[in-house]
Design a binder for this molecule. Structure first.
Ligand code: 2P0
Length: 343
């Protein structure tokens, strides 16, 4: 018995966005979202039991994290402690002194909190590693499927739900906590890829959690969001079925702009986009007019993610590098679901 486990999970980029919770505690979304898991951006997380410790500990990229960040991790570990029968967090009861505490060490191979979705890979890697850790110590507990695991990742960060699988993945609205899960849609092993245009790796000023809450509560456009998003989702699903990147890309862009429009219509209004984001958008439109299959999407930050053909990715990268020489570009293909790392 080693008492430790390590896992790698990849980030994902939403083509159809998650933007709002219908339940802030259970992290239930106001609409179904759909993403592409990225091959080259990921988080490695190692978890171990620390017997006799009073609290869980979180170390991120070598630095011990404060109580607020650690509390988010403890929230997820509590679900495992309950699931594996070593405490009762659902009742809000404190775990006994003998309940196992966990030390979590995480390394992001992603610029943290820059709209490149490190919380998706972070909580997916955490959940994946914790399942291995608890299964080893409590082998008599019922086994946990990847589907159930996605609901545990969800409670850390909504977007992490989708990083439990590779390729194109949906996080379904569901009827409640048990069926608001990740569903793999397609392995994306066809002519599709992304180039990420990292305009800023600064931590964002408005967190996604706050931004979506403010939007849901105040935006004049928000009542339309779920309905229009479902139409875009149907279109993206059809494009994926047909392996038609132009159909997928057009619907992705449309959903992205509606998503940002909800924030323009919030009170007070706000946006994550900058003039640089708009410059990249204009250039993508220019490249498309020249015949390349390139489409943009942006999340809770200024960075632009460009969907393109895998076969055209080197060309798209080269053109973007020439036009924006001071900007960092990341190439990604379709990533896989999480895996256990051996020591
Ligand atoms: C997404 N984003 O679907 C959307 C689009 C950002 C824009 O999921 O509050 O860090 O922890 O559930 O998952 C980012 O939000 O927020 C996100 P919480 P999360 O990818």
């Amino acid at each position: 018995m080693t008492g430790m486990a390590a896992a790698r999970a990849h980030t994902n980029i939403a083509l159809i966005k998650y933007w709002g919770k219908r339940d802030d505690v259970l992290y239930l979304p106001t609409s179904t979202s759909l993403s592409f898991t990225l091959s080259s951006l990921y988080t490695d997380t190692c978890v171990r039991f620390v017997d006799g410790a009073a609290e869980d500990v979180l170390v991120l990229d070598g630095e011990v994290q404060d109580a607020a960040s650690t509390a988010k991790v403890t929230r997820v570990v509590d679900l495992f402690r309950t699931r594996y029968g070593v405490g009762d967090s659902a009742a809000g009861a404190a775990f006994g002194a003998d309940a196992p505490r966990v030390r979590v060490e995480s390394h992001n191979h992603v610029p943290t909190a820059a709209g490149l979705a490190s919380s998706s890979s972070g909580f997916a890697a955490l959940a994946f590693a914790l399942r291995a850790l608890f299964e080893e110590r409590y082998p008599d507990a019922p086994r946990m499927s990847d589907t159930e695991l996605s609901t545990f990742a969800r409670r850390g960060s909504g977007s992490a739900t989708r990083s439990i699988f590779g390729g194109f993945v949906e996080w379904v609205y569901g009827t409640g906590s048990d069926d608001s899960v990740a569903v793999p849609v397609d392995d994306a092993q066809w002519d599709v890829a992304m180039v990420l245009v990292a305009l800023s790796t600064q931590k964002k000023k408005i967190s996604s959690t706050y931004g979506m809450k403010h939007t849901a509560e105040t935006s004049a456009f928000y009542p339309l969001w779920r309905e229009v998003s479902e139409k875009d989702l149907d279109e993206v699903r059809a494009g994926i079925r047909e392996r038609d990147i132009d159909r997928v890309g057009a619907a992705m862009e449309a959903n992205c702009m509606k998503f940002h429009a909800t924030m323009f219509a919030a009170n007070p209004p706000f946006t994550y986009l900058t003039s640089r984001s708009l410059e990249v958008i204009e250039y993508i439109q220019e490249l498309r007019a020249q015949g390349l299959s390139v489409y943009y999407t942006m999340d809770a930050g200024p960075n632009v993610k460009v969907l393109c053909r895998r076969s055209e990715q080197p060309r798209v990268h080269e053109l973007l590098a020439q036009r924006f020489p001071n900007v960092t570009l990341f190439d990604a293909g379709a990533g896989s679901g999480p895996r256990i790392l051996s020591e």
